[in-house]
Design a binder for this molecule. Structure first.
Ligand code: SF4
Length: 282
């Protein structure tokens, strides 16, 4: 049995940077309470590890006090929320990914005289934060089909942007549709992150060479779920798992080549554990 591991599997730049900032905050503010707004990344094992260091993920900011430290994760947070925390006087460590920050700034600029059409998942924290930079007036859709059903006013000026982790292929179809409808000058902000695109491309290549592909990452990680989707679209058997205990002999029985890839929030130690488990099951 041969195992092909994706070179791009695991942490992206934004996630690595956010964890670095959290580690620095833990050493610098050892006597203070440290909160993250939502889990620092969408990976339960990593979140549990930080819980042991006293880092508490919260959804409701009412418990934050002026002396506390608040770490903003890579997805960013809505502007209104940022302002409320600032008003409390708490120490804010902004670990928003630089690429997400760039998307926020571009959306803010274009929203001055246009309405945002945002290709993304409505309930995703990054999408909520991006929307806040369009004065919460944007329209969110998660697929080409959904966009087709939306009530778009032909007399308004729109522009298109995307959640950083969306699928490039579908984004390009969306671009085509909007350019056909509004003309070739329709404004497009290509805010899809390269890390996602390259990881997805690599996953497709691995899927073509493999009998089965194991995609590792949190079930709540959007980019991991999409990675599994692009692999499944190739027709290759695929399993999305969160930890090595979810691999059973039946999944790899009779398979000659097994591909491995992982989402942007999957730590290296879990990828290694999965490789080891597969080798032990050989
Ligand atoms: S996937 Fe891209 S945009 Fe998202 S956190 Fe990672 S580097 Fe940043």
């Amino acid at each position: 049995m041969k195992i092909i591991r994706g070179k791009r599997a695991g942490f992206c730049m934004g996630v690595a940077l956010a964890l670095k900032k959290l580690d620095e905050a833990i050493s610098k503010y050892s006597s203070k309470k440290i909160y993250t707004l939502g889990p620092i990344i969408h990976n339960p094992q990593v979140v549990n590890k930080y819980a042991q260091d006293g880092v508490v993920p919260i959804e409701d900011i009412s418990i934050i006090k002026s002396e506390d430290v608040v770490v903003i994760r890579a997805h960013g947070i809505p502007r209104e929320l940022h302002k409320k925390i600032e008003e409390k006087g708490s120490i804010i460590i902004d670990a928003t990914c630089p690429k997400v920050k760039k998307a926020q700034k571009l959306i803010e600029k274009y929203s001055l005289d246009k309405v945002l059409l945002l290709y993304g998942e409505k309930d995703h924290p990054e999408v909520k934060a991006l929307l806040s930079h369009a004065q919460n007036k944007g329209m969110v859709f998660s697929s080409l089909d959904e966009l087709k059903k939306m009530d778009i006013d032909p007399h308004k000026n729109y522009f298109l942007a995307s959640q950083t982790t969306q699928q490039r292929q579908e984004f390009m179809e969306i671009v085509k549709l909007l350019k056909n409808k509004f003309g070739k000058d329709f404004p497009i902000l290509n805010t899809i992150c390269d890390a996602t695109r390259l990881r997805q491309q690599e996953a497709i290549e691995i899927a073509k060479k493999s009998d089965v592909v194991i995609v590792i990452g949190g079930y709540n990680s959007g980019n991991t779920r999409r990675l599994a989707q692009v692999v499944r679209a190739t027709g290759t058997e695929c399993y999305h798992i969160q930890s090595p205990d979810e691999i059973f002999p039946d999944m790899i029985k009779g398979k000659k080549t097994i591909g491995i890839t992982a989402g942007a929030s999957t730590p290296e130690f879990i990828i290694k554990q999965v490789e080891k488990r597969l080798q032990n099951l050989k």
